[in-house]
Design a protein around this ligand. Structure first.
Ligand code: GDD
Ligand code: MN
Length: 358
C-alpha cells in the first residue's frame, strides 16, 4: 500500500460519505500507484461507525475502521493509533469534517515524494495559505498566539514550520518513534515534531468551512495544550523542580513562622514537612505527571505510596537535622534548606520510578 489516509472521527457521520467520495476522486494511480486506503479511527458515541461501515461497503477505495472503546488521548491518541495500524509508506492525517480539502492530498503527496522529507505540513500560515474556516476572530487569535508560543519554545525543531498546530500533514510513519509520543489533546503534529528531529517542508492550504456538524474543540483542549507544551519542553524534571522549590519556600516559612511563635524547632520541622508533603503531592498530580496518572494505582493509592516514601524520608531527614543542629550548632533553617535540596533529587527518582510507573 502506498498511502493510508488516517482520519480521526468523533460523531462525524454526515461528513463520511462526502469525504470518502472526494478522496476516491483524488487518490488515483498517479498519486498512489501501489494503492491507497482510508483508515477511520473513531471514538464516536453516535451511529458514525455504522455510517462508516456502510460507506466502506459501497466504496471502490478501501476503507477501514478502528472503533475505540477506550478513547485514550482523544484526537491525538486516535491519530497515533492510526499511524500504528497504517500500511501505507506515506500517511496523510486529516480531519473528517472537510475543513481539510481532499483535493490538497495529491499536492502534499507529490511534495513528499519530491522533497523526500519526513513530514509535509499543510499550513494555513504560509504563502497563499489561509485560516478562513477557523470560526471567529477569537479562535484565530488563539491559534496564532499558541503557534507562536510553540515556535518560541522549540526554535530549532520548528524553524521551518509556520503552522505547528495544523491537523493536516503527511508523514512517513517509519520515521516517527511512536513509542516516544504522549498523545493528548488536539496537537498531535506538535507532539511528533517536538519529540524528534525530523525533516519538514510546508505547503500552503486554505482551511475550509465544516461540511456538517460542529467543532469538537473545547477549553479543556486549551489547558491540555499548555500541559503538553510544558511536558515537551521541560520533560518531567523541571515542573517537579518548580513545585519542589515552592514547597521548600513554604516549608522554611512554616519552620521560621512557628519558631517565631515560640515553638521548638523539632515539632516545627515536623509540621512543616507534613504540610508540604501534601501540597507537593497535589501539585505534582496536576503539573508533573498529568499524562501518567490515569489508571495508575488510583488517587489514594498514589497518595499513600507518595506519602509513605516522602514521610519516611522526612523522618530520616529530621533525625539528620537534629544531629547537625545539636552538634554543629547551625541554624535549623539553614540545615533544613540544605537537606531539602539533597532530598529533592532522591524524591524525584522515587516518584518517577515507583509512584507513577504504570
Ligand atoms: N477519534 C477522535 N477522538 N477524533 C476526534 C476527537 C476525539 O476525541 N475529537 C475530535 N476528533 C476529530 C473530529 O471528528 C474531526 O474529524 C477532527 O478530529 C478535528 O476536530 P474538529 O472538532 O473539527 O476540530 P477543529 O476544526 O476545531 O480543529 C481542527 O483544526 C485545528 C486548527 O486550528 C483540528 O485539526 C486541530 O487539530 C487543529 O489544530
Ligand atoms: Mn474541524
Amino acid at each position: 500500500m502506498d498511502v493510508t489516509v488516517v482520519v480521526p472521527t468523533f460523531n462525524e457521520g454526515p461528513n463520511v460519505a462526502e469525504l470518502v467520495r472526494r478522496l476516491g476522486d483524488v487518490l488515483d494511480d498517479d498519486v498512489a500507484p501501489g494503492g491507497g486506503e482510508v483508515l477511520f479511527v473513531d471514538d464516536s458515541t453516535d451511529d458514525t461507525p455504522a455510517v462508516i461501515a456502510a460507506v466502506a461497503a459501497a466504496s471502490a477505495l478501501p476503507v477501514r475502521l478502528i472503533h475505540r472503546e477506550r478513547p485514550d488521548g482523544g484526537l491525538s491518541g486516535a491519530v497515533v493509533e492510526g499511524l500504528r495500524a497504517a500500511t501505507g509508506q506515506h500517511v496523510v492525517v486529516m480531519d473528517g469534517d472537510l475543513q481539510h480539502p481532499p483535493e490538497m492530498v495529491p499536492v502534499l503527496l507529490t511534495r513528499a515524494h519530491e522533497s523526500g522529507a519526513d513530514v509535509v505540513v499543510a499550513s494555513r500560515y504560509t504563502g497563499r495559505g489561509d485560516a478562513g474556516g477557523l470560526d471567529g476572530r477569537w479562535r484565530r487569535l488563539v491559534s496564532q498566539v499558541s503557534g507562536l508560543l510553540a515556535r518560541s519554545m522549540f526554535p530549532v525543531k520548528l524553524r521551518e514550520v509556520s503552522d505547528p498546530m495544523t491537523g493536516f500533514f503527511v508523514v512517513r510513519p517509519t520515521a516517527v518513534d511512536l513509542g516516544s509520543l504522549r498523545p493528548r489533546g488536539f496537537k498531535i503534529l506538535l507532539e511528533i515534531l517536538a519529540r524528534q528531529r525530523l525533516s519538514v517542508v510546508e505547503e500552503p492550504f486554505v482551511f475550509g468551512e465544516r461540511f456538517a456538524g460542529r467543532s469538537k474543540a473545547t477549553v479543556a483542549n486549551g489547558v491540555r495544550y499548555v500541559q503538553q507544551l510544558t511536558l515537551l519542553r521541560f520533560g518531567r524534571l523541571s515542573p517537579f523542580a518548580v513545585i519542589g522549590a515552592a514547597g521548600a519556600v513554604l516549608n522554611l516559612a512554616i519552620l521560621a513562622g512557628l519558631q517565631g511563635l515560640g515553638v521548638h524547632y523539632l515539632p516545627a520541622v515536623v509540621v512543616a514537612n507534613g504540610l508540604t508533603i501534601v501540597t507537593n503531592f497535589l501539585l505534582q498530580e496536576h503539573y508533573v505527571f498529568p499524562d501518567l496518572r490515569d489508571g495508575v494505582h488510583g488517587f489514594w493509592g498514589r497518595f499513600v505510596r507518595s506519602f509513605a516514601f516522602n514521610g519516611s524520608e522526612a523522618v530520616a531527614r529530621t533525625v539528620v537535622l537534629w544531629w547537625i543542629v545539636e552538634n554543629a550548632l547551625w541554624h535549623p533553617e539553614i540545615v533544613q534548606a540544605l537537606l531539602i535540596l539533597v532530598a529533592f533529587v532522591v524524591r524525584f527518582v522515587f516518584q518517577a520510578q515507583v509512584v507513577y510507573r504504570p
